[in-house]
Design a binder for this molecule. Structure first.
Ligand SMILES: C[S@@+](CC[C@H](N)C(=O)[O-])C[C@H]1O[C@@H](n2cnc3c(N)ncnc32)[C@H](O)[C@@H]1O
Length: 385
């Protein structure tokens, strides 16, 4: 359909946000799709509002289940639709108001999304370098300039009312997140980074020259192992990961930062039906099949953890996965942690899942405890018996 305005191309999209304070957002979202929206997203209306935002934590399947059952994920939602430029937005809003009997429904008209839009540039400019631990760690993406990093450090110092850390003391990592988890925003990654820093510093103080061996189990982008290596030239890290794409990214991140970390597939002999520990803690058939495909890929260039690295070698064992796989992985993780004395840091665990993880690790580790909590997620630590 031709657009009425000469500045709007027929292929352009306009974006409209409806504020669903009471109405079930999934119904409104479905309705918008029915009338021709190209995409609809539902987001938290109270996001970043300290007073009203209520974080919701659950493992992904649980959130999806709630959603599928038509239960609200947030009490107040923004429903944003991308609609063809030819649509009359006021008419769309009126249609929703009439259909759902919401005469007061508020809406926002967003910027026109031009078909000429440079999406890559748009997405990149929305990601700022991530400053952690009062400026001691900076995680940046490849396109960030030194100026971007400087600005992010300054902003963080201003926000926390602190002086900016001198640049020589800042540990900077360049991360190509891609599809691998671990770009630094998640509370669990931050809990682990904080813990790793203390462990590396402690071991370095004990023995200035000794090698510090780190295992990053569930390495994702490799952020945790790489941080350990960046913190001490004595540290060397091994990543274990079931996702071959993440392994490629973790290895690329190690290369770009020139740090001694290499990631591998776990070397388990497993079967999907097999419910003992030989399946490496894989919770469901889907995860098992990812690993099966990775192992079976003909001529795969992704190696399995070699025997020489699969033993009680690691001074620091960090695993940021999820509670259920962590429980199953307890014997495997214990078998790779230096005995006695190796340090354990686990995250990806919700506060209400603490007991099951504590119980699984107590047979192998002393002082197993919840060491920290952030936004509903916890860090469990222990020392290998
Ligand atoms: C939450 S991400 C953590 C990434 C990164 N370590 C961090 O802290 O940000 C968990 C990672 O563990 C991997 N994973 C899940 N189950 C695993 C298993 N049984 N063995 C090894 N890796 C696993 C996932 O593929 C994912 O990349």
């Amino acid at each position: 359909t031709e657009s009425s305005s000469s500045s709007i191309a027929a292929s352009d999209l306009q974006s409209l946000t409806l504020v669903c304070l009471e109405q079930e957002p999934s119904l409104v979202a479905d309705f918008l799709m029915e009338i021709g929206a190209c995409s609809v997203s539902v987001t938290d209306y109270d996001k970043d509002d300290d007073e009203h935002e209520t974080p919701i934590f659950a493992e992904p399947a649980v959130v999806m289940e709630d959603w599928a059952c038509g239960r609200n994920v947030w009490s107040r939602c923004d429903v944003t639709a991308h609609l063809p430029a030819s649509f009359h937005l006021e008419q769309v809003v009126q249609l929703v108001r009439d259909t759902f009997d919401m005469p007061q429904l508020e809406f926002r008209r967003n910027e026109l999304v031009s078909s000429q839009h440079d999406w890559v540039q748009h997405v990149q400019s929305s990601w700022k370098p991530i400053v952690l631990e009062d400026g001691l760690f900076v995680l940046r993406f490849p396109w960030h300039t030194p100026q971007d990093v400087q600005e992010a450090l300054q902003q963080d110092a201003n926000k926390n009312n602190k002086n900016q850390v001198s640049r020589e003391d800042v540990v900077e990592l360049e991360l190509e997140g891609g599809i691998a988890f671990g770009t630094g925003e998640h509370p669990t990654t931050q809990l682990c980074l904080n813990w790793i820093r203390t462990q590396v510093m402690h071991l370095q103080d004990q023995d200035k020259e000794g090698k510090i061996r780190v295992c990053d189990y569930g390495a994702g982008s490799g952020v945790l192992g790489l941080a350990a290596c960046a913190l001490s030239k004595n540290a060397e890290a091994v990543g274990v990961e079931i996702d071959p794409d993440a392994i490629r990214i973790a290895d690329a991140n190690a290369a770009v930062n020139q740090l001694p970390m290499k990631s591998y597939l776990p070397p388990f002999i497993f079967g999907v039906e097999n419910d003992d520990d030989t399946n490496g803690g894989l919770e469901d058939a889907e995860s098992a099949s990812i690993l099966l495909k990775a192992h079976n890929r003909l001529g795969t260039e992704i190696p399995m953890l070699p025997d020489a690295l699969n033993g009680p070698l690691y001074d620091i064992m960090v695993a940021n996965i999820l509670a259920h796989p962590l429980v199953k992985l307890a014997p495997t993780i214990a078998a790779m942690t230096k005995s006695p004395g190796g340090q354990l840091g686990l995250s990806g665990i919700l506060s209400n899942q603490a007991d099951m993880v504590l119980q699984a690790y107590e047979p192998y580790f002393d002082s197993v405890q919840v060491a920290q909590e952030s936004n509903g997620w916890i860090l469990i630590t222990g020392t290998r018996k």
